[in-house]
Ligand binder design. Structure first.
Ligand SMILES: Cc1cc2nc3c(=O)[nH]c(=O)nc-3n(C[C@H](O)[C@H](O)[C@H](O)COP(=O)(O)O)c2cc1C
Length: 259
């Protein structure tokens, strides 16, 4: 279908961006507008009344990241269809899709479809692989297919909104802040790539790298982008979680569609 496609997303390590871009391919041939809210100081301030929106985000602790909810607080829609995509690290997506469907309805969207997709886990490393390299070719193919199905659902006014799994009250969010990646000063070249990618602007690079751990969301974008590999997430709480993920979440999961 030929219509404007609004991609609205948060994606610190890129899996969500790849997934929503593939969904857009399946949705049709219209103009694709990217509203990338990963690294913005102000949230989006927009009322959509034409085309179709895709809202994509990584699952954090079975929920929608709070920061993304803040950044879409002033997004509204006048009865527009929306397609929701949650990207999770091969553990579970729990209440995240339901939460976003509730948020979207309250904003004036009609929910046409929701999908849960898999992306490399933010805490994954080569020695502790969890969904490494995902979304891969198969995942992106499924995302295109999902976009096509969602486009058909959105065009059919007789369809009911999909049943979306999840529970209310949603899973409680664990407290954030206090844990952040470390910098190995022997390896660091002070290039500033970590500060440039951080979605919460908590890294400062001068004669050393300083991180305000209180504002870190543990997304690990800085560890992925660091050219000499000087940034690593070694906090004991994350190291423990990483081992649990390897032990319990190594079996490949596949995308789920709710249409
Ligand atoms: C703080 C935090 C919490 C996470 N919680 C979950 C979770 O509950 N379930 C899961 O499967 N993956 C979880 N993940 C992994 C991300 O959902 C996954 O890595 C996703 O692909 C990241 O998307 P992005 O590349 O677009 O940033 C979590 C990651 C972080 C940083």
């Amino acid at each position: 279908m030929n219509q404007t496609i609004h991609l609205i997303y948060f994606s610190p390590t890129g899996a969500t961006r790849k997934t929503v871009t593939a969904i857009a391919q399946g949705l049709g041939t219209g103009k694709v507008l990217h509203h990338d809210l990963t690294r913005v100081r102000e949230g989006i301030d927009l009322t959509l009344d034409e085309g179709i929106a895709v809202i994509g985000f990584p699952v954090y602790a079975g929920r929608v990241p709070e920061l993304f909810l803040q950044r879409i607080e002033r997004l509204q829609a006048a009865g527009m269809p929306v397609v929701i995509a949650a990207v999770y690290g091969n553990r579970a997506f729990e209440d995240a899709l339901l939460e976003m469907a509730d948020v979207c309805r309250a904003k004036g969207f009609s929910v046409s479809a929701a999908g849960a997709f898999i992306g490399e886990h933010s805490y994954a490393t080569d020695s502790h692989p969890v969904a490494l390299g995902r979304p891969d070719r198969d995942d992106l193919g499924r995302a295109v297919e999902f976009g096509t199905l969602a486009s058909r659902a959105a065009a059919d006014p007789s369809r009911r909104e999909p049943q979306i799994p999840g529970a209310f009250p949603y899973k409680e969010r664990p407290p954030l802040g206090g844990a952040a990646p470390d910098t190995d000063e022997g390896l660091c070249t002070l290039c500033g790539a970590c500060a440039e990618i951080c979605p919460t602007f908590v890294i400062e690079v001068g004669d050393a790298v300083r991180t305000n751990a209180a504002g870190c969301i543990k997304c690990c974008a800085c560890t992925r982008v660091c050219p000499p590999g000087a940034r690593t997430m070694n906090h004991p709480s994350v190291a423990e979680r990483r081992q649990m993920l390897v032990d319990s979440c190594s079996r490949r999961k596949e995308p789920d569609f709710f249409l």
